[in-house]
Design a protein around this ligand. Sequence first.
Ligand code: UDP
Length: 235
Amino acid sequence: MKKEQLYEGKAKRVFLTDEAEALIVSYKDDATAFNGLKKGTITGKGVINNRMSNFFMQKLEKEGVPTHFIEELSERETKVKRVKIVPLEVIVRNIAAGSFSKRFGVEEGTELKNPTIEYCLKDDALGDPMINDSQIFALGLAGREELGLIAEYTFKLNDYLKSFLLECGIVLVDFKVEFGRTSAGQIVLADEISPDTCRFWDAKTREKLDKDRFRRDLGGVEDAYNEVARRIFGL
Ligand code: UDP
């Protein structure tokens, strides 16, 4: 049963339930970019992101990646395990884009020789600065074993998602995930896997099918989200 709101984020609301170890996440259509400076609405995105995250989390569980998913309750709401979020944004890249292209002066679209992993401290006030392994340990944000698991799960996710999406005619350029610790101390994938948090390009035309259409005012934002959903779910 849904109880009072615990937290409201940029794209989701989180509610307490009558179970101590479970929360309900409710996906909104609100969109933000550039650390909240740009705001808007992407009609229907909450429904798509809820369904897509749950779909991939169930697949990932079978691939040996533990997640916070418990049960999809409705179009926009999902019951998840209550976790403490590890305050890191974990980013994997297969193709150069966005901040990677800017930082290293590499043209967007350049294939990387191997997938890269990078960590950012989850802190809006600081602008989510990049942080390395030794800094993560020094600040006690995660232990060595935990970070090892986080990297292992994230690369597994990349392998699985990349090949699944290619079958749908979509290239997985990069993505961001977050992890949490359950009350038993288990590291699980939390947050979402969606066009908000992944770069998806059409495999043939390289057309952008993700939130970059909103960030860069490219138009056709809703159409892109619907197209990705159609290809994944065959709607
Ligand atoms: N990303 C995200 N939330 C953030 C920052 C990045 O979901 O706060 C995702 C983004 O959608 C992309 C990947 O992480 O798929 C890499 O983003 P990048 O570092 O290139 O930053 P951006 O160009 O999005 O600012």
